[in-house]
Design a protein around this ligand. Structure first.
Ligand code: DGT
Ligand code: CA
Ligand code: CA
Length: 575
């Protein structure tokens, strides 16, 4: 399959990184970086240009040698030079580039002087004080490396929720088939739908004698057994993920499920409340002196201490117990509440499927509308649109809608917010749209005051509807940028515009607590898939998980509105 420009640019950047670590000639390194940028900003896919017989060495800064490499990458996905560099250097070395503050030059020195090849080894070296001994690295940079690698390692041990879901689903299905097993359920952070999961906690209740723990530790994917008794077992799977299993009698099931769902902070707060009422709760039940109160269901356990049932996503000791006490728990949004999706890409920019295919897929999921929001021109790597191409897409959408009585495609764009806070497309084209989604895709590193000013200025644009993935983070890969969220939310309310909860599993941006803040400030949150293919409407489920952790109700979410109710809200941002 021919490579996308973005993949070609990434491969060229990898070559530059590896050459840099190797200590190659700076001019050669710069040539690869420039070529990566040039390819990234091309208006056309390289494979298409090649098919049309274009000469790549006509491009600025690209000579015959680089042109041949680009052709090789475009046709095969890689090139001999990249393969050779990857073989010569230790496989983990590019991981070191992920440590904030470490560029190729410093990685080269650390590798050369200390022989470190992995983040773990670098962490160890910093802990032993060996980093500060190197020329150019003082105690201060050693401490920074120590902190950054610690954070990196911590983060790496947690896995994203969607992956945990897959493993847990398979294990639970297996447990449920064992003789004597009445129920097999998930607990822990997985059930609370945290965005990352440290280990899996599974709970089984029995209807008779059962070989459940023996069969569990003997499972095919188990690499190590940490504990094995008749009521509990812990294993490490081949993937490195730990799984804790508890087996409980049916009469304790509710109490145990609450206990092992956590969070720990929620449990502690529950226990304190129970004590105030002269009760004792633990994983076996609720007790007044020696009497056991009903604890077979979670509802019964909560009721015994005077509370309404609390949804697992809320169990973080962030006010849910007080809310349950006062009977003002939120009625959390569910997937079926969503009527549309306001951030979707098609093959016109970096999506995989056509506008028509995306609309059909959204409709098949019961949605009523979607907004097509291609990248704008600055994002050459994503084949971003210029005004002329956007104008053609607007016409195409008009034609589509004329033929589509029961599903509407809204005209949008995901316009880049430039460094100074201006937008990457002129008002003359933006004003023809139904909505303008603004997003930051570069200079994530601006200082707080400057980043905040950039976002506020963007929201002051004449046409601005929705701030996409506000934090700009990629979970486990890139931290959120630093800005004053409260000021941004207040500006959004003042301007009548909205913030996105981007549902891509790697983004989940807004975070849960940021959703709570948006709700408190009276700013509607839009849960968008940011789908780049028809399959990616699945992301909406992850977005709903996160929104629920953020206490959002149907009314707090913009795209639970019918198209009729949505239109005037969008129109207010486009005047
Ligand atoms: P994780 O695994 O780091 O993503 O987070 P959790 O919440 O799944 O934590 P985990 O696996 O250590 O424990 C599962 C649940 O068991 C936890 O949410 C609450 C309960 N639990 C564990 N240790 C304690 C404890 O020391 N006290 C109380 N009250 N509950 C605990
Ligand atoms: Ca856990
Ligand atoms: Ca655990």
């Amino acid at each position: 399959m021919p490579a996308h420009n973005a993949d070609i640019a990434a491969a060229l950047n990898d070559i530059a990184d590896l050459l840099d670590i190797e200590g190659a000639n700076p001019f050669r390194i710069r040539a690869y970086r420039n070529a990566a940028r040039t390819v990234g900003e091309l208006g056309q896919p390289v494979p298409v240009m090649l098919a049309q017989g274009a000469d790549l060495d006509d491009l600025p800064g690209i000579g015959p040698d680089l042109a041949a490499k680009i052709r090789e990458i475009a046709e095969t996905g890689s090139c001999a030079l990249l393969g050779r560099l990857r073989q010569e250097l230790p496989p983990g070395i590019t991981e070191l580039l992920k440590v904030p503050g470490l560029g190729p030059k410093r990685v080269r020195v650390l590798h050369h002087e200390l022989g470190v090849q992995t983040i773990e080894q670098l962490h160890q070296a910093a802990r032993e004080g060996r980093v500060q001994a190197i020329h150019g690295f003082g105690p201060k940079s050693q401490q920074a490396i120590l902190d950054a690698t610690a954070a990196q390692l911590q983060e790496e041990r947690r896995i994203p929720l969607w992956r945990a879901d897959q493993t847990a689903g398979a294990l639970l299905a297996e447990l449920a088939t064992l003789p004597g097993v009445a129920r097999a359920v998930a607990a822990g952070s997985l059930r609370r739908r945290r965005e990352t999961v440290g280990d899996l906690d599974l709970l089984v209740s029995l209807s008779g004698r059962s070989p459940v723990t023996d069969r569990f530790v003997g499972g095919e994917d188990v690499s190590r057994v940490l504990a094995h008794g008749s009521t509990r077992a812990s294993v490490v799977l081949k993937s490195g993920l730990q799984v804790d299993l508890r087996v409980v009698p049916a009469e304790s099931f509710g109490a145990a499920w609450v206990y092992f769902t956590g969070s720990k902070a929620h449990n502690i707060a529950l226990r304190r409340l129970a004590q105030e009422r002269g009760l004792k709760i633990n994983e076996y039940g609720v007790f007044r002196g020696r009497d056991r109160l009903p604890g077979a269901t979670e509802e019964a356990l909560y009721q015994a201490i005077g509370l309404r049932y609390i949804e697992p996503e809320l169990r973080e000791d962030r006010g849910e117990i007080e809310a349950a006490r006062q009977g003002r728990l939120p009625v959390l949004v569910v997937l079926g509440d969503l009527r549309g999706d306001l951030h979707v890409h098609t093959s016109e920019s970096d999506g995989r499927d056509s506008l028509e295919a995306m609309a059909a897929a959204a409709r098949a999921r019961g949605l009523q509308y979607l907004a097509v929001t291609e990248h704008s021109r600055r994002l050459g790597v994503a084949h971003g649109v210029d005004p002329a191409r956007l104008a053609r897409q607007i016409d195409r959408i008009d034609r589509f809608n004329a033929q589509s009585p029961d599903f509407t495609v809204l005209k949008g764009v995901e316009v880049d917010i430039l460094e100074e806070g201006t937008l990457d497309l002129p008002d003359t084209i933006l004003q023809r749209l139904d909505l303008v989604v603004g997003a930051v895709h570069h200079r994530f590193d601006l200082p707080r005051a400057q980043q905040t000013a950039r976002l506020l200025r963007a929201m002051d644009s004449r046409y601005f509807t929705l701030l996409a993935h506000p934090g700009g983070r990629l979970i486990g890969e890139r931290p959120a940028c630093d800005f004053d969220l409260l000021r941004v939310l207040r500006k959004a309310r003042e301007r009548g515009c909205f913030v996105e909860l981007n549902a891509q599993p790697a983004r989940l941006d807004l975070t849960d607590t940021a959703c709570q803040m948006a709700k408190a400030e009276g700013v509607l949150v839009c849960i968008n898939s940011d789908a780049h293919s028809t399959l990616e409407f699945n992301h909406l489920t992850s977005g709903i998980d996160q929104a629920r952790r953020g206490w959002l109700e149907k009314a707090d979410v913009l795209n639970t509105r019918t198209l009729e109710d949505l239109r005037p809200l969008l129109a207010r941002t486009m005047q």
